[in-house]
Design a protein. Sequence first.
Length: 268
Amino acid sequence: MKRILAVLILVLTVSFMLVGCNKTTNETQRLVVGMECDYSPFNYTETEKTDNNVPIENVPGGFADGYDVRIAKKIAEALGMELVIRAYEWTGLIPALNANEIDLIIAGMSDTIERREQIDFTNPYYRSEEVVLMKAGSSFASATSINDFSGAKVIGQTGTIYADLVPQLVAKGAVAGTNLDTVPQILNAIKSGVVDCTIVELPVANGIVAQNSDLTFVRLNPGFEVSESDVAVSIGIRKNYELKNRINEVLSGITEEQRVSIMNEVIG
């Protein structure tokens, strides 16, 4: 009787262990990535399925594509995990990460000192250049340096490096407007004449102008004073995230030529 009881206990113990292992395996198979899905060409929303885009879990009928999505797909594939995309407002990304709602932030985010107080970052997966965007017929469309925006009303996206760079134009004679939360809101403000200019990354500007023939942008020399951390775009992760080293290995395997090719493809 004791032997039978011991066998039953062993069987039950093994069963519970297997259930536990299966649960852990199922949980780790999903790589949940947060992004705005509204920041072309890094990430944007489409309404039809393609070979490249990924369904947005919390946006019925929405599919995410863009540079960030292509990078996320490479990471998930290398890790043998199922990629899941969730859309968040920009200011909600870090809280979502720390609340374990998502595993990674891949959203064109810069690795800044302020953000490192809340989260950690991987190695960079893109390096940006800041440009100034305005109407094609604007008097500021002929600007060539940071000194050529006297009198221009300028805004940036709230909580981003672009909002932080507005004071550099103000110091040269520009006027600071009220920053807005999303790029589409900013574009509407420019088109309606509420503001003159905004600051965005070069690939973002290329993507915007490709879809809006009434807008243009200028590259500046001399331009903005920025640190390497401001222009290096990295993946946001939780503190002590166990997959950090593996993700960095994946990123190191993506050559600069491949990164340029991916960006050109999504802009196209």
